[in-house]
Design a protein around this ligand. Structure first.
Ligand SMILES: N[C@@H](CCC(=O)N[C@@H](CS)C(=O)NCC(=O)O)C(=O)O
Length: 198
């Protein structure tokens, strides 16, 4: 049985959304970060970082929200959440799947902390570049790969929803609003929002 270790109002959201999209049976194991449950020895065996989300699936175990999305989409291809490995779209899928943790997240931390980092040194360039690039890609729509919804929309959509709607750290743009609206109209997103609210 797939088990998702999660905490309300946290980065667990994208893993919950992914599992709700997947249609797979899974168990949610509440690991409330306000109680320190994420630092318990048994949990640290799954994620030595002591952070949620984390997931176990039989003998397999992993953490990192985007990695969990990638794992489920590949391990259970019947979920149709990833282009097949021989599909040319697979390349862009991988790029956008990891754009959220690799570029959106650090750009938001930079905005939040007002850290000055030279764009050539920063893996994400600059926050302006990250959101300009996303704006231009999302204008093509409806999804980040065009017509095909994938796990990459779950990492990008969760990141944008967090940045633009939930925390208002990034000003809205027409492409962002339309994309977040499309994500938010999905029944699995709506179930995930209810679950993640705790
Ligand atoms: N890189 C991780 C970050 C996970 C993370 O930051 N989780 C936070 C909640 S949003 C957490 O567990 N914080 C509790 C702590 O650090 O003690 C991922 O993308 O899954």
């Amino acid at each position: 049985m797939i088990k998702l270790y999660w905490s309300p109002r946290s980065r667990s959201f994208s893993a919950i959304w992914l599992l709700e999209e997947s249609g797979l049976a899974y168990e949610r194991v509440l690991t409330d970060i306000n109680t320190g449950a994420q630092k318990a020895p048994d949990f640290l065996k799954i994620n030595p970082m002591g952070k949620v989300p984390a997931l176990t699936d039989g003998d397999a175990g992993l953490a990192e929200a985007a990695a969990i999305c990638a794992y489920i989409a590949d391990r259970y291809p019947e979920t149709k959440l990833a282009p097949a490995t021989d599909d040319p779209k697979r390349a862009r899928y991988l790029q956008w799947l990891f754009f959220a943790p690799g570029c959106i997240e650090p750009a938001l931390i930079q905005l939040f902390s007002k850290l000055e980092v030279p764009a050539r040194m920063a893996a994400w360039g600059s926050a302006e570049q990250v959101f300009d690039v996303l704006d231009s890609e999302l204008q093509k729509g409806p999804w980040i790969l065009g017509d095909q919804f994938s796990a990459a929309d779950i990492t990008i959509g969760s990141g944008l929803n967090f940045a633009v709607r939930a925390f208002k750290m990034v000003p809205p743009r027409p492409s962002f609003d339309a994309y977040i609206d499309r994500c938010a109209a999905r029944p699995a997103f709506q179930r995930a929002e209810t679950i993640a609210a705790g």
